[in-house]
Design a protein. Structure first.
Length: 828
């Protein structure tokens, strides 16, 4: 291409080229004209080699750099290298060969380097494909309207190349072929016009397909176009049942006038609305007429259709005619009814429930209007008693006891059937030796049994869906007429995932066997629900759970077992398998005071279902432990109560612990008017609740004899005590001491015996305060109390007095005023 600053005409030239460049080239400025590409063959068989040469004429490639242009190739967009050499007339030629061309359509580009970039300067297109496939299945149909022969065929394999398809035909084998018709693009059919056809004589037709790589022809079809004429369907005129009480019909039909000149063969088909398939009557000849056919059921609606074709040809059938319905006439029902009964004695009569099966289609002979049960056989001139006249297939009635036979019949509009004698045999015969059931599909069950040694006449199978709601299927039974059978299929009202109770009764000549029972499912799956868990009791390490079995309809199978799962937040899930017959379970070895999640899984042969989980917390203590604790507490409490009552009621015991204390209010001291009110109180010794001591009485214990001694000793020692508080008894009498409780109260009674006394009676010091509380709450009140009660005893706690006395606030008060004197008591 031109360098920068090229002349204006060149730019114009380039612009023109840009406008004219073939679509698909992306580069600008390519001068396609400056090279020509030649290929060995423009169409090749797929996978074969191709050669191409590109000739670049330098003088046409304006702006091309001086020197040898470098030619390269592009196979679509894939770069290829060719062999380059000088050509004649100053041309540059590159030869390319591709060993295998796999694509159906390929563009070969020839490129030249121009201003540093590759420019496409020439192109050639190469196609690869296969010869056309052989067309097949040619068939033709003559339209009797315009007498055009329409032919169809199946195309052969695609050759990936443009293909011409034509239908050729010839009147005679050797005659030259003419083109009958050409299909529209993409169609596999075309119509040969009447003028090219030869009717009533054979001609040959075939399809040719031609492409660049070859031609293929279909098999030749040799036909008389009339043989493939498509007839108009016949018309059904009328249908009659003839004569009454036979199973025949007469049907009349006609053909369209257009087909009237042909020899025809027709066929008739019919069926009832319930029948899935048609019954066909073939070989009906003629143009029109009647057909008689027998073997129809009585009182049955039939649908009829007819079609025809040319008799001589293997040609085409007409369409089926418009259908026509006909109901055959009725006849009284025939055959015997299957009956089954149960009896129950009731007040001298017998209650009978009789059930029967509607007659089969072949025996009903029309629409059954009802059934009649009578008590005796019908005889001329005598009408037996009718116990039932019903449209139902069961009837409850009573018969006189010992009436063992009833007669059952069905009637329709045409009459009544012969009677079926039903012998109401008792159910006391031998039962079956064995019974089992296996599913056969979702809606049927095979029931197998092992017969009893006695030969049976027939068997009755009864089944009921097991349900928590009472329900009874009165039609769920069937009679097995073959006494030697050992199996029967039941398929009436059998649903999957429902439990059925199946009973089989053998019928013997003179009795009905007692039934054998079996429960079965036609299909099982996981239960709809798992039972709901209830916590029955819980302890420290165990929890008792209970559940109610799931309703039988929701079990969806036989529960094989339950699995109880439990886990707390830290441990793995534990489980235990529980027999399906149980409805409670105790989980052992739980941790105390721990939260557990528990759920139950119910399993059938068809799967398992988990229930919702129950959260439970184990207790800290066991029931027994709690009971023990409780009992202990109760015992302790009771003991306490008893003790309290004892203290309240029993004076002696009370006295033992809380002796009665004279009321100081009644003391004679209370009447005393002291000369001078001066509290006897040591500073700092007042205690809360401590009654201020207002009186101190010093008594001589051994009043009668030693009083003077005492008197002698103390007056001198007690001047510090305010006189009015000290009352020195004069010679006191023993009586006075004995009646102490009734005596005027002493706050403190200090009784002392002089060690110097001639009697050597152990001189004891007794102290008491009526202000009980502080004294009792004192850590060591015993010395005083005991001293008091053991006053009469000569032995005293010697020497033990000193320290308690000094600690005692009261006595401290004493001591404040006469410490030295207290020491003087020590000899006691
Ligand atoms: C030639 O190529 C150069 C860079 O590759 C570009 O700048 C220049 O425009 C080209 N000339 C033409 C005439 O296309
Ligand atoms: C054709 O196919 C063969 C093998 O599949 C392959 O090696 C070859 O490169 C292909 N040729 C082209 C032109 O794609
Ligand atoms: C040709 O037609 C027959 C019957 O019409 C059919 O069974 C067969 O499959 C057809 N052949 C092809 C190749 O479709
Ligand atoms: C014939 O009977 C069938 C079934 O009852 C019905 O569907 C159909 O329409 C009837 N045809 C004619 C022609 O009455
Ligand atoms: C049975 O009942 C039908 C209709 O209820 C009645 O027409 C018929 O006469 C009855 N048959 C007998 C034998 O009673
Ligand atoms: C029920 O739960 C247990 C424990 O969580 C689990 O292992 C089991 O697979 C579950 N079963 C079903 C049917 O989901």
């Amino acid at each position: 291409m031109a360098r920068r600053g090229a002349r204006t005409p060149l730019l114009l030239w380039l612009s023109l080229l840009l406008l004219l460049r073939p679509s698909g080239t992306q580069q600008s400025g390519a001068e396609l004209d400056c090279a020509s590409v030649a290929v060995g063959a423009p169409v090749v068989p797929m996978g074969s080699a191709i050669t191409a040469s590109c000739t670049v004429r330098r003088e046409r490639c304006r702006g091309l750099e001086d020197g040898r242009p470098r030619i390269s190739w592009l196979l679509d967009s894939e770069p290829m290298a060719g062999k380059q050499h000088h050509g004649t007339g100053g041309t540059e030629v590159s030869e390319l060969s591709v060993p295998q061309l796999n694509r159906t359509q390929t563009k070969l580009w020839c490129c030249v380097e121009w201003n540093g970039t590759k420019q496409r300067v020439g192109v050639a297109e190469v196609r690869a494909g296969y010869p056309p496939g052989k067309p097949s299945n040619l068939s033709c149909l003559l339209d009797l309207g315009d007498y055009g022969l329409t032919c169809r065929w199946q195309q052969g394999t695609d050759g990936h190349l443009p293909t011409n398809v034509t239908l050729k035909c010839t009147i005679r084998s050797r005659a030259p072929a003419v083109t009958g018709c050409t299909p529209r693009k993409g169609h596999n059919q075309c119509t040969v016009p009447r003028r090219l056809l030869q009717l009533y004589r054979p001609m040959e037709l075939w399809v040719t397909a031609t492409n660049a790589l070859g031609t293929a022809e279909s098999e030749r079809l040799r036909i008389d176009p009339m043989d493939v004429a498509k007839l108009d369907p016949p018309t059904l005129q009328s249908i009659h049942s003839v004569p009454p009480q036979t199973d025949c019909i007469i049907l009349s039909w006609t053909m369209s006038p257009r087909n009237a000149h042909m020899e025809l063969r027709c066929e008739l088909r019919y069926r009832t609305p319930e029948d899935p398939s048609w019954a066909v009557v073939t070989g009906i000849a003629g143009h029109a007429g009647t057909v008689q056919h027998c073997g129809f059921l009585f009182g049955m609606l039939y649908h009829f259709q007819m079609r025809c074709r040319r008799d001589s040809a293997r040609g085409y059938w007409s369409e089926w005619s418009v259908g026509r319905n006909h109901t055959t006439h009725e006849k009284a029902p025939t055959g015997k009814l299957d009956a089954w009964w149960s009896t129950r004695p009731a007040a001298g009569r017998m209650e009978v429930q009789l059930r029967w099966k509607a007659p089969r289609r072949q025996e009903a002979n029309g629409r059954v209007l009802g059934y009649r049960v009578v008590l005796g056989p019908r005889r001329r001139g005598r009408e037996p008693q009718t116990v039932c006249n019903t449209t139902d297939t069961q009837c409850d009635f009573t018969v006189p006891a010992r009436m063992w036979k009833v007669y059952l019949s069905a009637y329709n509009a045409a009459g009544e059937s012969a009677e079926t004698e039903v012998i109401l045999l008792e159910r006391k015969g031998q039962p079956l030796a064995g019974l089992w059931a296996v599913p056969r599909g979702e809606r049927s069950l095979w029931v197998h049994w092992e017969a009893a040694p006695v030969p049976a006449v027939a068997y009755v199978l009864e089944w009921q869906q097991v349900s928590s709601e009472p329900g009874h299927c009165s039609t769920c039974w069937q009679l097995e007429h073959n006494g030697t059978a050992t199996a029967a299929l039941i398929q009436d009202s059998i649903e999957p995932f429902q439990r059925y109770d199946i009973s089989v009764y053998p019928l013997y000549k003179d009795a009905v066997g007692t039934p054998a029972h079996i429960a079965a499912y036609s299909k099982q799956k996981a239960p709809s629900h798992a039972p709901k868990l209830h916590l029955k009791s819980i302890g420290k390490s165990q929890a008792e759970l209970s559940w109610e079995p799931v309703a039988v309809e929701l079990q969806n199978g036989f529960i094989t077992h339950y699995t109880v799962f439990w886990a707390n937040s830290t441990t793995e899930v534990s489980n235990a398998v529980v027999n399906s017959s149980l409805s409670s379970f105790t989980i052992q070895d739980l941790k105390p005071s721990t939260l557990y999640k528990v759920h139950i899984m119910a399993s059938t042969a068809g799967g398992s279902t988990n229930g919702t989980s129950l959260t439970l917390v184990t207790t800290v203590l066991d029931d027994i432990e709690i009971q023990f604790l409780f009992l202990t507490l109760v015992l302790v409490f009771v003991l306490l109560i008893v003790l309290l009552i004892c203290f309240q009621k029993n004076g002696r015991v009370k006295q033992q612990f809380w002796p009665s204390v004279p009321d100081p209010a009644n003391s004679s001291l209370g009447t005393w008017v002291p000369a001078e009110q001066e509290p006897l109180q040591a500073p700092g010794v007042k205690e809360p609740g401590l009654v201020t001591i207002s009186t101190v009485t010093v008594l001589d214990k051994a009043a009668g004899k030693q009083a003077p001694t005492w008197g002698k000793e103390f007056p001198a020692e007690l001047p510090a005590l305010p006189q009015p508080y000290v009352r020195q008894h004069g010679p006191s009498t023993p009586q006075a001491n004995a009646g102490l409780g009734a005596e005027p109260v002493q706050y403190v009674q200090v009784v002392g015996g002089s060690s110097l006394g001639p009697q050597h009676v152990a001189p004891c010091l007794y102290l008491r305060s009526s202000s009980t509380q502080p004294l009792l709450s004192d850590p060591s009140p015993e010395p005083y109390e005991n001293l008091w009660f053991r006053r009469a005893a000569p032995s005293c706690a010697r020497g033990s007095l000193e320290e308690p006395l000094l600690d005692f606030p009261l006595l401290r008060g004493l001591r404040v005023n006469g410490a030295e004197e207290l020491h003087d008591f020590q000899p006691c």
